[in-house]
Ligand binder design. Structure first.
Ligand code: ACO
Length: 406
């Protein structure tokens, strides 16, 4: 592009691409999406096979290190992560200082950000060693982030309901321990129901990565400055917090509640077709066929309902999907259910309050963020992200002293 400059002051060719919709900012080997055919693969493995056969931590290993672990590697990985589930007492004090009704996502973002002050070894400017050349040091931060996120999330939840925090139990599995920390007070022999644990594991697997979604692109952008991973994860979680990203699940639930009963669906769809409303949980920027994650979620809802009874909102959701998928408006525009359409119903049925939804999204997505962190900082072609703009403002203004301005 530089050769295309006509004069030294000319910036050369630039592409105006709001939201980077048509710009590839990196090369990656982590996640493959074929939006037309509804294909999602982590490191080449179809998401359906991983959701069916793997645990979340196994998938996290695959995303970060590129291969499925063997038994020995998996045992070590599980142990390393579960050994890092406890959080520093001062971090607990910090969490206790939040308002009684603080949003759990605000608590999570602040606490992860604060973790950078507990582990200066992860900050290249303070550590005196180059963390990015030291695999052991990088791995330690990965263990800590994956290990402590569920504990922080559970503390945020417990803070919100005004109950004391529960210590993690490291002999439980990752999701089992998370469910345990959320719920129980003193029943030391309590174990979450295996169906709930497995359902949450599947939800975590399908939410773990989705190539350069907004929060992962944020991870790429922030980590291009070589800042410590805690600050980078906190920034990524900040992007996820937005209603257009991690907030869509909540919007689906509100929409289903507003529709209220199946008789109201045709009138609601009419309003959607007149563009007065949006069918939340439908449509996707990349998928122009059925989102493969929504298919998996549909089967998970069944497993949950078999255990806990059917959520009345599911009747509305199923009929809404049936009517929309047989309507030419939605067919012609290739609008199908996306991952958010069913996940809110599952979380609600499991008893999670709506404001925990983005937190439940952040825990597994951290595995994806960390995979992109590792790939990004190991990329010999990495450059600090610095997009350009098309300046449309004024120029050459004459400064007017304050007393002369009217
Ligand atoms: N309900 C009704 N109509 C829709 C919807 C929808 N959910 N989505 C798209 N359309 C219509 C548009 O109005 C447009 O119609 P037109 O051709 O008559 O103008 C046509 O379909 C194409 O829409 P685009 O905006 O070009 O679709 P795009 O791919 O850019 O949008 C998006 C994707 C933003 C996800 C959109 O489908 C949407 O807003 N969906 C609802 C919100 C949602 O569920 N978000 C979660 C996405 S998944 C995730 O982030 C984890």
């Amino acid at each position: 592009f530089r050769q295309m400059k006509e004069s030294p002051s000319d910036f050369g060719t630039m592409i105006y691409d709001p939201g980077y919709y048509n710009t590839a900012v990196c090369k990656s080997q982590i996640t493959y999406i074929d939006g037309d055919r509804g294909i999602l693969e982590y490191r080449g493995y179809p998401i359906e096979h991983l959701a069916e056969n793997s645990s979340f931590l196994e998938v996290a290993y695959l995303l970060i290190y590129g291969d499925l672990p063997n038994m020995e590697q998996l045992n070590l990985w599980n142990t390393k992560i579960m050994n890092h589930t406890f959080i520093h007492e001062n971090l607990i004090q910090l969490m206790k200082s939040f308002r009684y009704d603080a949003h759990p996502m605000g608590m999570l973002i602040s606490s992860v950000s604060a973790m950078s002050t507990f582990y200066p070894e992860a900050n290249p400017a303070l550590a005196g060693v180059d963390i990015y050349k030291n695999k052991q040091l990088m791995n330690k931060q990965i263990f800590r982030i994956l290990g402590k996120l569920p504990t922080i999330a559970a503390c945020a939840y417990r803070h919100r309901i005004g109950r004391p925090y529960n210590n993690p139990i490291n002999s439980l599995s990752y999701t089992e321990n998370f469910l345990y920390m959320l719920d129980r007070l003193s029943e030391s022999n309590y174990k979450p129901h295996p169906t709930l644990t497995r359902a949450l594991d599947k939800l975590f697997i399908i939410h773990a990565d989705h190539e350069l979604n907004c929060s992962t692109a944020t991870m790429r952008q922030i980590s291009s400055t070589l800042v410590d991973p805690y600050t980078a994860v906190a920034g990524s979680a900040g992007a996820l917090y937005g209603p257009l990203h991690g907030g869509a699940t909540e919007a689906v639930l509100r929409m289903l509640e507003q529709i209220g009963s199946v008789e109201n669906i045709p009138a609601f769809l009419e309003e959607v077709k007149q563009k007065k409303k949006k069918l939340m949980g439908f449509g996707h920027r990349v998928y122009k066929s059925y989102d493969p994650r929504a298919k998996i979620l549909k089967s998970v809802t069944q497993e949950i309902f078999n255990l806990l009874g059917k959520n009345p909102l599911m009747v509305i959701a199923t009929e809404l999907e049936r009517l929309a998928l047989s309507d030419s408006y939605f067919i012609n525009r290739q609008l199908y259910p996306n991952v958010d359409f069913y996940s809110g119903i599952i979380y609600k049925s499991m008893g999670f309050p709506t404001d925990m939804f983005p937190v439940l999204f952040s825990i597994p997505r951290a595995a994806g963020w960390l995979a992109h962190w590792v790939e990004n900082i190991s990329d010999p072609e990495l450059r600090i992200f610095r997009p350009r703009q098309i300046y449309l403002g004024r120029r050459g203004m004459t400064y007017v002293p304050l007393e002369n301005r009217n």
